[in-house]
Design a protein around this ligand. Structure first.
Ligand SMILES: C[S@@+](CC[C@H](N)C(=O)[O-])C[C@H]1O[C@@H](n2cnc3c(N)ncnc32)[C@H](O)[C@@H]1O
Length: 213
């Protein structure tokens, strides 16, 4: 789906996002947002931050938070959340596949529930690797195709609906895309028929050369 179409979907849904999608996912994700945030260190870039549902879990030890999203509506929700938490967050409207930051700018580059939606996950991962310091880590919380085939069939059947509603592919093989991109996976946790994955990875030495899937 085109970037502009995804942007329009999230601009239109921004005000109700937390009450609709945000509510349902709490049941599905359990502790995963807290565990995701516990991996964040130093200067952090969160891409596709949405309404900022991870912000309440950021550990105080994080030195600086920069967060970007395609949708202005979602960024306004994230700003309101950051203000309510009294947490300084530098927000910017930006496409995840073309990050306007110099190479090696961040200690942690994080993303949750968005590699399912970006038009080109390979390009987004390349950009995440580029802006991450060589000593840094990439942290992902994503839903992927379940290895349990009846569940995978349901995911496949529901994808057209989910695409229309949220521009989201329910069954991408994101962890394989991360591996193919040359990242070294340090830890992976799974939840709910292995649909949800929390991945901590080291960026590849040369992010210009990942294979396409
Ligand atoms: C399902 S929401 C997840 C939001 C947030 N990361 C969370 O965990 O709640 C997907 C978000 O990705 C953003 N997004 C989708 N495609 C994008 C892109 N190409 N570049 C930047 N943000 C994008 C949308 O605007 C939306 O805010």
């Amino acid at each position: 789906m085109e970037v502009r179409r995804v942007q329009a979907i999230y601009d239109a849904r921004a005000k109700l996002y937390d009450r609709t999608v945000g509510g349902a996912e709490r049941l599905l994700l359990g502790e995963f947002r807290r565990l995701f945030a516990a991996e964040l260190r130093g200067e952090v870039l969160e891409i596709a931050v949405g309404s900022g549902l991870n912000l309440p879990y950021y550990p105080p030890a994080v030195d600086r938070i920069v967060a970007v999203d395609l949708s202005r509506g979602m960024l306004l929700e994230a700003l309101a959340r950051a203000n309510a938490l009294q947490r300084p967050v530098a927000l910017a409207q930006m496409e995840a596949g073309r990050l306007a930051f110099p190479d090696a700018s961040f200690d942690t580059v994080a993303v949750s529930l968005a590699l399912c939606t970006v038009p080109n996950p390979e390009a987004t991962l390349r950009e995440m690797a580029r802006v991450c310091r060589a000593t840094g880590r990439v942290v992902l919380l994503e839903h992927v195709r379940s290895p349990v085939w009846p569940i995978a069939v349901v995911q496949w059947l529901l994808t057209p609906l989910q695409q229309r509603a949220l521009g989201c592919h329910l069954a991408r093989e994101t962890v394989e895309t991360v591996r193919d991109g040359g990242f070294t996976i340090e830890r992976e946790r799974r939840r709910f028929f292995s649909i949800f994955r929390l991945v901590v990875a080291r960026p590849p030495m040369n992010p210009a050369l990942p294979k396409s899937r």
